[in-house]
Ligand binder design. Sequence first.
Ligand code: FMN
Length: 251
Amino acid sequence: MPEGARVLAPSAVKAAGQMWTDAKQLQDFPVPQEMTSDDLLHTKAEFVDASKNAMEAEFDGVELHGANGYLLEQFLSPVSNIRKDVYGGSVENRCRFVLEVITAVAESIGKGKTGIRLSPYGVASDMPHYPEIDATYKYLSERINNLGIAYIHLVDHSAMGAPVVPIEIKKLIRNNFRNTIILSGGYDKDKAEDAIQRGLCDLVAFGRPFINNPDLVERFRNNWPLSQDLKMDLFYTADEKGYTDYPFYLV
Ligand SMILES: Cc1cc2nc3c(=O)[nH]c(=O)nc-3n(C[C@H](O)[C@H](O)[C@H](O)COP(=O)(O)O)c2cc1C
């Protein structure tokens, strides 16, 4: 983080635990400052600018990050968002900033190029469960559907040791949202086919298998075996080792 940068969040609530930084390794989460009305406007504009830049760089679209304890999810949760204004309190108020950001980005680059990643029941970065999770994601997914963006991408990190994400919440969001649903987390080819066949989603995203199988799609297509050699000790390190140096099946 640049020297002197302000640390912002919906509310001045410190997350428990530590975060990884390349320069200083593990650091305690700081106590953030509650975002002012100006901060909200500025941040929304930054999402729009970043999205426009991505289009200028010829990306196909933009995935807003509303998952895993990132800023947008912090607005959704009544634990991290204890604001007293129209952005905190009720389900509608906690979803407001997320919906405003989606609207602004979709208006600027096109709703067909806009998606969002969400992690209901995720606990990454000290995001504990709360009683109104289902009500929050019910309302949010209905409203996102009205905005007509391209997709919702649902994260499930239970295969990485996180708490189970109830199937009911995935079905609820599937039923509320008419465009593409992407699921991710712990999938292999068979599990992915099964989820699509059962109508739970339209697409499945892969994370770790893509790291040690740079030709993952070709391997799926040709039924080639997947590499099981995944060097987890090289995750979150700052160079290419463990990221772009895995071999292709056909050399
Ligand atoms: C090295 C590494 C870095 C990751 N970084 C992020 C991240 O910055 N933000 C995020 O939302 N998820 C991150 N993830 C999670 C993945 O996006 C994905 O949700 C997760 O790996 C589960 O999918 P998988 O079982 O196919 O790997 C990361 C995963 C790995 C392995």
